[in-house]
Write a protein that binds this ligand. Sequence first.
Ligand code: 2P0
Length: 349
Amino acid sequence: MADTKVYRASTTAPVNIAVVKYWGKRDTKLNLPTNSSLSVTLSQADLRTLTTASCSAAFAHGDTLTLNGEPSDVAGPRTQACFRELRARRAALEAADPSLPKLSSMALSIVSENNFPTAAGLASSAAGFAAFVQAIANLYELPDSPSQLSIIARQGSGSACRSLFGGYVAWRAGDKQDGSDSMADLVAPASHWPNMRALILVASAAKKGVSSTAGMQQTVATSGLFQHRVASVPASMVAMEQAIKQRDFAVFAEVTMRESNSFHACCADTYPPIFYMNDVSRAAIRAVEAINAAAGKTVAAYTFDAGPNCVVYYLDEDAAAILGAFSAVLGGVTGWKYGSAGTVSSVKL
Ligand code: 2P0
């Protein structure tokens, strides 16, 4: 009798915010980066993607993807690469054990939802592709480790490889041409630094003008400063990993802020220049500088990705100073979204 069963598995994946930035590819097809990067994962209670993968011989359609209730194209090379790699791994299991159901030859239906507004301009492709890959890996009962799965998620979106883990995650650039050593690993779990917090300042909910994929290749092609940056990232990685291991907030903060500045300087040095930050972003930097000056030590660190929204890292014991200062400086002008790294705490927006 034909197998008409629907096989199903679900998973969630977190949003990650880089403190050592990925910007630049040495291979655009495989999403191989010019430098290693490191991120802090935000609490899934605040920001996450939930994805369900199902497959059945009875599905009367090809592979489908639904994102936040809307049908989404699966024909793109990145999505196809993920499907292909995951199916190949399942097919190998089926070849080794003929009693397994032949899931690799069935159409897949993927349904994905974010618990945060995609329009907020927060990194959604990272959580999205990570959840996509993990959900299918769960469905296929693949034995692959998160690092091995990160090699597949990387081909969907580079930063997605860092969302296969929680906590503090490094993406090692690797040097092989086939990308087999360009993968993520866990530097420390969130519980290692339980008082770490992240405040997310939504400076603009507008969609960004220049996509990361296009922007970073313009930078690689035209920025002289970028070569200097690539040479300096290995030292930043070492300093950042050591700061995390030692829970040294001052060093963590300085490397985070210098890295953000370096990335945005390379954007400005791109020809024509790319500007992701706006006046509210720059006001947030001034606010962090004022907070640190008033404290007489570094208690807050800003970072910006390919958009104007600011993430401020701080420790829970400094929450009153940080949240108070931000609402005083920016409260009337902006919207707020609060997330946390490590354990969850929340503030009324
Ligand atoms: C990061 N960003 O490390 C950096 C900092 C943005 C600024 O990773 O082309 O969306 O899909 O590999 O992963 C954004 O790049 O680019 C990014 P693709 P992706 O988080």
